[in-house]
Structure formats: structure tokens, C-alpha cells
Design a protein around this ligand. Structure first.
Ligand code: ADP
Ligand code: MG
Length: 286
């Protein structure tokens, strides 16, 4: 039977917008000593804005934007919304044979030209000669290639959530000794955010299955490993972790479905609060 105090814990959590899928997870939250965190939408707002547009190899700025937005119009990625919004409702072109590769980018045909939109690795995978210009050090960069030629770079930026820094400090205070960020974004951007937040480790350029493997390798009998994420691609890792946490407010149905704990307000500060409630409940019950 479940001690009565646990219901108090679950109730207290729920009043604070933290949904627990069972009393076991109060114990797991209390024991958690390692936490992996997704970047986009979890520690950052997940709403990008275009900051800079750099055409390359003689391509025209407007054409570059039109091609990128046309390809992105059917994608649900937050990056896609930023690029489409930036074109201010301008009519977009139709795309044939469009395909999206999670954590990489898109490909498709416009007119009879093959177009790629995505990160550096995505272009490299297609044998496109990459022309860097330092933009990667400041922004999340979306690269565009036309018929195998690097046509330009769109620099976009996201903001760290208001309460992320405090959440990290509080998590440390509650005994989470390892706080690690996992991201598909480029390493320079990832490092800058990790420095601002005071994280122990931060891995960039990861594909969804590489995030999975990182967490899998961390799982050990003497550890309780948590993962928090919001994207569709995060669902398998949420299932894998000892404590799978979903940022539920903007999170996909799949992540909310598979999670042990759902943060309904998208605030990272709810994670230390959940642990606090779990620790308090334990003291009351035992
Ligand atoms: P995160 O780990 O930060 O949640 P994702 O795994 O969703 O990021 O994406 C990783 C990277 O892949 C992005 O930073 C971007 O460079 C590229 N990417 C993914 N989807 C798209 C897209 N629809 N358009 C352009 N680039 C994309
Ligand atoms: Mg994500």
C-alpha cells in the first residue's frame, strides 16, 4: 500500500503545475543525482528569431530567404517558424520531394533545383563545400545549399529562459551533482549557454539517437538519472531515463505521454521545486 503522505506530495506537486504519474516518481525524484537537459525549449525559450542573413557565392539575399522559407514551410521545428516569419507573409514556392532529417535539416526540390537547409553536418553529408564566416560562433546557423553550392547562412538566436540560471543553482543545492546539457545545436552556441548557466558539461551537434546513447551510458545501478526535454524526438530518451521529465506546456503529445513527470508551465524552476516536494514528502512519511 502507498503511505498516505505520498498523496499529499502528489497533490502539492499538482497544485504547482507538476504532474506526477505515480508515487514511485516521488522517490525517484528524491534520489536523482544526475540530470540531462535538452537545450531548445527546455533551458531556452525555443522561439528563434532571424538575426543575420549572409548570402554566399553570388546568391541574392531575397532568393536565399525565399528558398529557405519555402523548404521550411512544412516543418514544425522552431527554427522553421523563425525563417518563415521573417519573410513577412510573402508567397512561398512549392517544394517537391521534401524530406526532413531530425537534428539535421531538410532537403527538397524547388523548380528543378535541389535545395538543402540545415546545419554544417547536413551540408557535409551531401558533399557541399562549406564556407564558414565565423557566424557559427554567435548564432545557431542554418545553411542553405542550391544544387550542391553553399548559397548562404542564416543566423538565428533563441533566449535562455528567465528562470534557467536560478533553476540550475537550486538543483545543485538539492544535491544533483551532475548537470549536463544535450543539444543538436552547434558546439559554440552550446558552450556559450553552458557557461552562462554554470553547467558541468554540455554536448552539441548530437543527433537524437546520440542523445539517447549518452543517457544510456550514464545509467548505472548506483545512480538515478533524469532527463528533461520537450521535443517529439525526446520521447525515447524520456522513456529510457530513470526519471523522464517533459516540459509539457509546449511539449509534444508523445513526450507528455511517455514522461514520468510533466512540468505544465515550461519553467525549469519547477524541477528543483518537484525535488523539494519529493524530499519533504519523504521526511513526512518516514
Ligand atoms: P536541439 O537539440 O537544440 O533541440 P534539434 O535536435 O531539434 O535541436 O536540431 C539540431 C540542429 O539541427 C539545429 O540546431 C539545426 O541546426 C538543425 N535543424 C534541425 N531541424 C532543422 C530545420 N527544420 N531547419 C533547419 N535546421 C534544422
Ligand atoms: Mg529540442
Amino acid at each position: 500500500s502507498i503511505p498516505l503522505g505520498y498523496f499529499g506530495g502528489i497533490g502539492a506537486a499538482s497544485q504547482n503545475g507538476i504532474l506526477l504519474k505515480g508515487s514511485d516518481f516521488l522517490d525517484q525524484l528524491r534520489k536523482m543525482n544526475m540530470l540531462f537537459m535538452d537545450k531548445t525549449g527546455t533551458l531556452t525559450e525555443g522561439t528563434f528569431e532571424v538575426q543575420e542573413v549572409h548570402p554566399l557565392n553570388g546568391f541574392d539575399r531575397e532568393e536565399l530567404l525565399l528558398l529557405a522559407a519555402s523548404l521550411e514551410q512544412h516543418s514544425t521545428h522552431p527554427i522553421a517558424k523563425a525563417i518563415v516569419d521573417y519573410t513577412n507573409g510573402q508567397p512561398l514556392q512549392s517544394v517537391q520531394r521534401q524530406q526532413e532529417s531530425a537534428g539535421r535539416g531538410l532537403e527538397g526540390e524547388i523548380g528543378s533545383r535541389s535545395i538543402l537547409v540545415g546545419n554544417r553536418d547536413w551540408l557535409a553529408d551531401h558533399g557541399v563545400q562549406y564556407r564558414g564566416n565565423g557566424l557559427d560562433e554567435t548564432y545557431t546557423c542554418v545553411h542553405v545549399a542550391v544544387e550542391g553550392v553553399h548559397a548562404g547562412i542564416i543566423g538565428i538566436a533563441d533566449r535562455i529562459k528567465e528562470d534557467s540560471k536560478k533553476a540550475i543553482e537550486d538543483l545543485r543545492g538539492l544535491g544533483i551533482s551532475e548537470l549536463i546539457m544535450l543539444s543538436g545545436d552547434n558546439q559554440e552556441v552550446v558552450d556559450a549557454i553552458a557557461r552562462k548557466l554554470g553547467l558541468d558539461k554540455a554536448y552539441g551537434n548530437l543527433l537524437p539517437d546520440e542523445k539517447y546513447r549518452q543517457v544510456e551510458e550514464a545509467l548505472q545501478p548506483d545512480r538515478t538519472v533524469g532527463f528533461i526535454g520537450d521535443g517529439v524526438n525526446d520521447a525515447p530518451v524520456i522513456t529510457l531515463a530513470d526519471v523522464g521529465i517533459a516540459m509539457g506546456g509546449i511539449g509534444s503529445d508523445a513526450t507528455v505521454e511517455t514522461a514520468d513527470v510533466v512540468i505544465q508551465t515550461d519553467q525549469p524552476s519547477k524541477i528543483p521545486l518537484a525535488i523539494d516536494i519529493a524530499q519533504f514528502t519523504h521526511r513526512v512519511v518516514w
